[in-house]
Design a protein around this ligand. Structure first.
Ligand code: 13P
Length: 287
């Protein structure tokens, strides 16, 4: 059964660890993340961007696939199916389709409009028992064609959005999606501490989990981050393992071209990446 992310995040905040959100793109990805979470007895959040949702034939297909896997793979750990960086319309579609959690990313709107739209979605999610993530201060880098500049959020605006009753809050603290440039200044812990001070118990979300040094991840968790998103690192490990398999000529040998064999090394590589992250985030054994 899919669950809201609320309980798992409140427990993570209290226990000073973070739950990983791993973005999914296809069946192999999803299966790898779920099997790893079950093996490590870790709660997990499956993230679906609007682009990935379209690629997988729409949100209803995603819900059907994930629910089917929970049953067929006997997954017992808490799993939330979460829209990542959703538009207002996208969030409504996911709520309809059966997601258990949504993110509404209104960070590109003026704060008044972000508040208005977030308020409406909070009401719908509360009625249905879903968790909802909001964002203040756009996260840098490029994701599905959306480019942000890596701002640091205004802590007072974070408080305004947190007070609307969202379940979790993504605040920009200099983090960016994808690979970090060589001249990256690092996370702004001053901003994070100021946001935490203003938002109290609100579980905070760190986007752009790929490539952040371990010590910064640990410090962010100690300052109130309870959810960390990882996408690019799974993509890179999948691509690298697939490339090595093809370069070794294995796809041409015997039945090596069989998609079940061709995609297997990538699926294993994702499992290894997810395991490494769950260990770093401290969520192992917390289900
Ligand atoms: P990365 O692609 O940098 O891991 O970021 C993922 C993310 O934040 C998804 O919202």
């Amino acid at each position: 059964m899919l669950v809201s992310a609320k309980d798992m995040l409140n427990k993570a905040r209290d226990g000073k660890y973070a739950v990983g959100q791993f973005n999914i793109n296809n069946l192999e990805w999803t299966k790898s993340v779920l099997l790893t979470a079950e093996e490590l007895k870790s709660p997990v959040i499956l993230g679906v961007s609007e682009g990935a949702g379209k690629y997988m034939c729409g949100y209803k297909t995603v819900v059907g696939m994930v629910k089917g896997m929970l049953e067929e793979l006997n997954i017992t750990v808490p799993v939330a199916l979460h829209l990542d960086h959703g538009s207002y319309e996208g969030a409504k579609k996911c709520i309809e389709a059966g997601f258990s959690s949504v993110m509404f990313d209104g960070s590109h709107y003026p704060i008044a409009e972000n508040i208005e739209k977030t308020t409406e979605l909070v009401k719908i999610c509360n009625e249905k028992g879903l968790s909802i993530e909001a964002e203040v201060g756009s996260i840098g880098g490029e994701e599905d064609g959306v480019v942000g500049m890596g701002e640091c959020a205004d802590p007072s605006e974070c408080k305004q959005i947190a007070d609307l009753g969202v379940t979790m809050l993504a605040a920009g603290i200099g983090n960016i999606h994808g690979k970090y440039p060589d001249n990256w200044a690092g996370l702004s812990f001053d901003t994070l501490a100021a946001v935490k001070e203003k938002t109290g118990d609100m579980p905070l979300v760190l986007h752009g989990g790929t490539g952040i040094p371990e010590d910064m991840i640990k410090k962010a968790i100690s300052l109130g981050v309870a959810k960390i998103n990882v996408n690019t690192e799974c993509q890179l490990s999948f691509a690298d393992a697939t490339r090595k398999y093809i370069e070794a000529g294995k796809d041409l040998e015997g039945k090596g071209f069989d998609p079940r064999k061709l995609l297997a090394p990538g699926a294993e590589a994702i499992k290894a990446t997810v395991k490494e992250k769950m260990e770093l985030f401290g969520s192992v054994g917390k289900a």
